[in-house]
Write a protein that binds this ligand. Structure first.
Ligand code: 6PG
Length: 241
């Protein structure tokens, strides 16, 4: 695929007034998506700063079906789980704080081996949960995929110029370069295998990347994503440009 050819990523867009309104709407969309779910409902979390407020709101709700939910991570910084840069720690301090959120399973990306051995270990966890060794387009791996977007057009840790962008067989891969720390990330096939993909994007610095990705610009990593199911963009006014 090259140039402006990916129409799948455009999806549906909602523009919210500011970051607070974005977080509140995101929490409602996630609650609605999970309502009445049967086990296992597989939710994949995004990292970074934008979802924090949403996770905090979800942590306070008592109308969520956590007992049938398995929580996964789309990417991780290759740091110890108690590091301030850890996406797992961020989730623990927001979504999992307060004790109301008791998921059926919480499956963080391991960072206690080598980047490759940890990527392999997480891939094995995904295959076991999925119950097959190859992804069936008719059976999405995830029910809900939460994603963010960087101003360079990256999502999860699909970072511009990195070999991981060419990975179409592995479900999880290390990303040794492109950021201050090594990253682990789900690859395109695993990220795309979702019933609903929800982008949460805030800030004027993201506006150009949002416009290019939604126009299907595959020169940007997120622009190359072809999710199986529905795509919804929740943007604050600044990111909507
Ligand atoms: C991460 C994320 C990453 C994030 C974007 C946006 O681990 O950093 O998974 O893909 O979603 O970088 O980050 P912000 O929300 O902090 O702008």
């Amino acid at each position: 695929m090259n140039g402006l050819s990916n129409t799948k990523i455009r999806g549906r867009t909602e523009i919210l007034g500011d970051g607070e309104a974005l977080a509140a709407r995101a929490a409602d969309v996630i609650a609605d998506a999970m309502r009445g779910c049967s086990a296992p409902y597989r939710l994949c979390l995004s990292g970074g700063s934008t979802p924090r407020a949403t996770y905090k709101l979800l942590a306070r709700r008592n109308d969520m079906a956590w007992d049938c939910t398995e929580i996964f991570f789309g990417d991780e910084r290759f740091v110890p789980p108690d590091s301030p840069d850890s996406n797992y720690r961020m989730a623990r301090e927001t979504l999992l704080a307060g004790g109301l959120v008791r998921p059926r399973a919480l499956l963080a990306m391991p960072t206690d081996g080598t980047p490759q051995s940890c990527a392999d270990a997480y891939e094995e966890i995904l295959r076991q949960q999925y119950g097959a060794s190859s992804l069936d387009p008719a059976v999405p791996l995830f029910d809900l995929m939460l994603l963010g977007l960087g101003d360079d057009g990256h999502t999860a840790s699909l970072i511009p110029g990195q070999p991981v962008l060419k990975e179409r067989t592995r479900w999880v891969a290390p990303v040794p370069q492109g950021r201050d720390e090594v990253r682990l990330t789900l690859t395109y096939p695993a990220l795309e295998s979702s019933r609903l993909t929800l982008f949460l994007v805030a800030g004027a610095d993201k506006a150009e990347a949002v416009a290019r990705v939604r126009a299907g610009d595959t020169a940007l990593p997120a622009g190359g994503l072809q999710p199986l199911g529905e795509v919804v963009w929740l943007l604050d006014r600044a990111a909507a440009g």
